[in-house]
Design a protein. Structure first.
Length: 130
């Protein structure tokens, strides 16, 4: 499992299955956010991500101010961006998914600036087969 955590937030990428012909990995992705006065959790279940997308995402985490993870339908699942002294995480960007904005959850979280670095290290250190 790929895990990154810092004050108030934990992000987990749990690989479930692989598809060698296409070169993809199925994940459960979970985000748990907690402060003194708030608590929230979000899970993306059984999402397939191409191996080349995982490599691209890892490279963006290392060197770009914005890192976006897309699924095999080319929808952005998560976006990470340095904003001032924080990392902004956006889950299910509004413009990306379905035509009706009421069909799914869109959330923005502002958390520890170093989260992107921690997530990059978690991906880098994970014993990948992709």
């Amino acid at each position: 499992m790929i895990v990154a955590e810092t004050t108030g937030i934990t992000i987990k990428f749990d690989p479930l299955d692989t598809e060698k012909n296409v070169g993809s990995v199925k994940f459960n992705i979970s985000i748990e956010f907690s402060t003194q006065n708030q608590k929230s959790s979000y899970q993306i279940s059984n999402v397939w991500i191409e191996e080349k997308e995982l490599k691209r995402f890892e490279a963006q985490l290392d060197s770009k101010p914005i890192a976006q993870l897309t699924d095999m339908s080319d929808y952005t699942l998560l976006s990470f961006e340095h904003v001032d002294d924080y990392t902004k995480i956006e889950i299910n960007p509004i413009k990306e998914r379905m035509s009706d904005e009421y069909d799914r959850l869109n959330t923005k979280l502002f958390v520890d600036y170093n989260l992107i670095t921690y997530l990059y290290r978690a991906f880098k250190d994970y014993p990948k087969w992709w």
